[in-house]
Design a protein around this ligand. Structure first.
Ligand SMILES: O=C(O)C1=C[C@@H](OP(=O)(O)O)[C@@H](O)[C@H](O)C1
Ligand SMILES: C=C(OP(=O)(O)O)C(=O)O
Length: 427
C-alpha cells in the first residue's frame, strides 16, 4: 500500500537542529575511504543516499563502521584488497554516488557494475560515456545498470558545464591519485559551482591540491596521495534548512540551529532569496536563525543556475508572494529525481497556484492561501518536503502520496520533525 501523508493546515513552531549536509557527507566518506589512515566522521545522518555511498565504498575495499546513535562513521582502508570477479555497486537513487564513484571505480582490474533505482539510470550519463568512448574504456548500459571496464589515464578531459557538476567532482576525486598530470576543460559556463567548491575544499582537507582557473579549467597534478584526516564534522545542510526557513517566511515560527554562516554551500543563497521577497532573516532566541514574514512580500526573479535543489521550495515561497515571480536558468531541474519543473508546476497547480512551466524555468503568481487537494510526491524528496511546507498555509487538508518513502533519500526524520513542529510544542 502506498504511503499517503495527510497534512492539516498548521503553522509550524519550534526549534530544528538542521541535519548534516548530504553533499559534504558523501565527499567526506569517499575521501576518507581513499586515504590510508583512520578517519572518524562526526555528524553524519544515514539517509538512503549516504547509505548507498557507504555500501559502495565498502564494496570498493573500505572498512566503514556506522554508529547511527552517535551519528559517526569511522572509515579505514582495508590493508589487502584483491578482487577477481566483477564488483557490483548499488547506488540506490543517488546521482552523487553514481557519478562520484564511476571514475574512482576504474582501474580495479575487473569490470564494475553500477546499479541504479527509480529514475537514476535515466538521468544524463552522456558526458562520462563520451569520455569512455574517447579513452577506450568499455561500457555496457542497461535500463537499470551500467558496467564499466578499463582504467583511468592521466590527460585532458572535456566536460560540458551545463549538465551536472557531479561529473567534474567524480574526476576531481580520481585524477589526482593516478600517475601523470591531468586537466579538466569545461565547455560553456559551469552550473552548480558551489558543489565543485565543496569538492575542492574536502580534497584539501585530505591534502589533495586542485588548481581552479575560474571554473573553466581545473589542473590536477598526478601521483598525489590522500593524507589521513583523523576527524571531520559534517556541517548543517542549507538545502534542508531552506524548507523550514521558507516555512517561517510564510508565517511559521521555526528556529534553525547549527547553520555555518561561512559555509561554502551554494544553497546558503536561500537567505538572500528570502530577504529579496521583503521577508526578514533574524537571529533566533537560541542562537539559530529564523525568517520573519512581513506584510510587503513581493514576487522575485531567482536565477537557479547554481542552486538547483532550492527550486521546489523557492517555488513554494513565491506561491505566497504578491505578484509575479520567475525562476530562470533551471533547465537542469528536468534531470533530477523527477522532472522538477514539471512536478513542481503540476503539484502547486493542483493547490490552485498560478504556475506556468517554461522551457527552463517557472512563472508563478502568488496568492494568500493555497487550496487543499491530493497531490503526488513524484517519488522526489524535495517535492514531498516543499508540498508539506505549502500545506501550512492551505485552506484544507493536503495529502501527498509516496511522501514518507521519498524523504528517506535525504532526510529520513523529516516528518518526525515536521509533526513535532506541527504539534505546537512550547517555544
Ligand atoms: O555535488 C553534489 O553534491 C550535488 C550537485 C548538484 O547536482 P548538479 O551538479 O547535477 O546540479 C545537486 O543537485 C545535487 O543534489 C548534489
Ligand atoms: C538531486 C539530488 O541528489 P542526487 O543528484 O545526488 O541524486 C538531490 O538531493 O536533490
Amino acid at each position: 500500500m502506498e504511503d499517503v501523508k495527510k497534512i492539516q493546515p498548521n503553522m509550524l513552531k519550534g526549534i530544528v537542529s538542521v541535519p548534516p549536509s548530504k553533499s559534504v557527507a558523501h565527499r567526506a566518506i569517499i575521501a576518507a575511504s581513499l586515504s590510508g589512515g583512520e578517519c572518524t566522521i562526526e555528524n553524519v545522518a544515514v539517509s538512503k543516499d549516504i547509505e548507498a555511498t557507504i555500501e559502495c565504498m565498502r564494496a570498493l575495499g573500505a572498512k566503514c563502521s556506522v554508529n547511527t546513535k552517535s551519528m559517526t562513521v569511522s572509515v579505514t582502508k582495508k590493508k589487502t584488497y584483491k578482487v577477481k570477479n566483477m564488483i557490483t555497486l548499488d547506488c540506490g537513487e543517488s546521482g552523487s554516488t553514481l557519478r562520484f564513484l564511476m571514475p574512482i571505480a576504474l582501474g580495479k582490474g575487473v569490470p564494475v557494475k553500477f546499479v541504479g533505482h527509480g529514475r537514476l539510470m535515466q538521468r544524463p550519463q552522456t558526458p562520462y560515456l563520451n569520455i569512455f568512448r574517447e579513452k577506450g574504456i568499455k561500457y555496457e548500459l542497461g535500463t537499470d545498470y551500467i558496467i564499466i571496464d578499463g582504467s583511468l589515464k592521466s590527460g585532458s578531459y572535456g566536460l560540458p558545464g551545463n549538465v551536472s557538476s557531479q561529473f567534474i567532482t567524480g574526476l576531481l576525486f580520481a585524477l589526482p591519485i593516478i600517475d601523470g598530470d591531468s586537466e579538466i576543460i569545461v565547455s560553456g559556463e559551469l552550473e552548480s559551482k558551489g558543489y565543485v567548491d565543496l569538492t575542492i575544499d574536502m580534497l584539501s582537507k585530505f591534502g589533495i591540491e586542485i588548481e581552479n582557473y575560474k571554473y573553466k579549467l581545473f589542473k590536477i597534478k598526478g601521483g598525489q596521495k590522500y593524507k589521513g584526516c583523523n576527524e571531520l564534522k559534517i556541517e548543517a545542510d542549507y538545502s534542508q534548512a531552506a524548507f523550514f526557513l521558507v516555512a517561517d517566511a510564510i508565517g511559521c515560527n521555526v528556529e534553525c540551529l547549527n547553520l555555518n554562516p561561512n559555509s561554502l554551500q551554494g544553497d546558503r543563497e536561500i537567505l538572500d532569496i528570502i530577504k529579496n521577497t521583503g521577508a526578514r532573516i533574524v537571529k533566533g532566541p537560541n542562537g539559530g536563525i529564523m525568517a520573519k514574514k512581513t506584510a510587503v512580500m513581493h514576487g522575485i526573479t531567482v536565477d537557479a543556475k547554481n542552486i538547483p535543489d532550492l527550486v521546489p521550495i523557492v517555488a513554494v515561497l513565491c506561491s505566497f508572494c504578491s505578484g509575479e515571480s520567475r525562476i530562470i536558468n533551471a533547465g537542469r531541474l528536468r534531470h533530477k529525481e523527477s522532472d522538477r519543473l514539471r512536478s513542481t508546476a503540476t503539484e502547486l497547480g493542483r493547490l490552485g497556484v498560478g504556475i506556468v512551466e517554461e522551457r527552463d524555468g517557472l512563472k508563478i503568481i502568488g496568492r494568500d492561501l493555497v487550496e487543499g487537494n491530493v497531490c503526488s510526491s513524484w517519488n522526489d524528496h524535495r517535492i514531498a518536503m516543499a508540498l508539506s511546507i505549502a500545506a501550512c498555509r492551505a485552506e484544507g487538508c493536503i495529502e501527498i502520496t509516496g511522501a514518507e518513502k521519498a524523504v528517506t533519500k535525504s532526510y529520513p526524520d523529516f516528518y518526525k520533525v515536521y509533526d513535532r513542529l506541527a504539534g505546537n510544542e512550547t517555544y
